[in-house]
Design a protein around this ligand. Structure first.
Ligand SMILES: [Zn+2]
Length: 171
């Protein structure tokens, strides 16, 4: 556990925005993404929203345990997660292939909203993606898509779809 927390803290210092740490388990394996991703895929966790930092950290640990134990993923599936109050958390992070959208994982970044979309969250999402573009993790002509635009799923929910179209028009 400890080494992952340290890894997170080191990574956090490189970002131009604030990201909270959480006590993640060490991934079984990581696969590097090649080049800038073309698509940013938005998900929701379909779990109740977490209401404070501690609850969010606990929820992250349980999502990771679910993904690694029940679904046999190497790590939490998403690259990043955004709490309802806008707090950003690193999942697999930049430059790592995620496990969030079958058939698209090798050319996309997966960002999951924890709970229901609230207004101030989208500015955090925008900062995150803009940082990714500035560092060439994300292509500057990227597509922002909800998971349901790529496959048959209700993810990321109707609230978030509305927010996504707003985000697209202002980016
Ligand atoms: Zn999804």
């Amino acid at each position: 556990m400890d080494s992952r927390i340290n890894i997170f803290m080191i990574k956090v210092q490189k970002y131009s925005f604030y990201m909270e740490s959480w006590a993640a388990a060490i991934p079984r394996a990581t696969t590097a993404l090649t080049g800038s991703v073309q698509v940013v895929i938005i998900h929701h966790t379909a779990l109740p929203k977490c209401t404070d930092l501690r609850k969010c950290q606990e929820q992250l640990a349980s999502i990771q345990a679910n993904h690694m134990e029940d679904r046999s993923f190497d790590d939490i599936g998403y690259n990043f997660l955004v709490a309802d109050d806008g707090t950003l958390f690193e999942g697999r992070g930049w430059g790592v292939v995620g496990a969030h959208a079958k058939g698209h994982n090798y050319n996309s970044l997966g960002i999951a909203f924890m709970g229901n979309y609230m207004g101030n969250t989208s500015s955090q999402l925008k900062k995150l993606i803009q940082f990714g573009v500035s560092k060439k993790f994300v292509d500057d002509n990227y597509d922002l898509k909800g998971h349901g635009e790529l496959t048959q799923t209700e993810c990321p929910g109707t609230h978030l779809y509305k927010a996504l179209s707003q985000l697209k028009s202002t980016s």
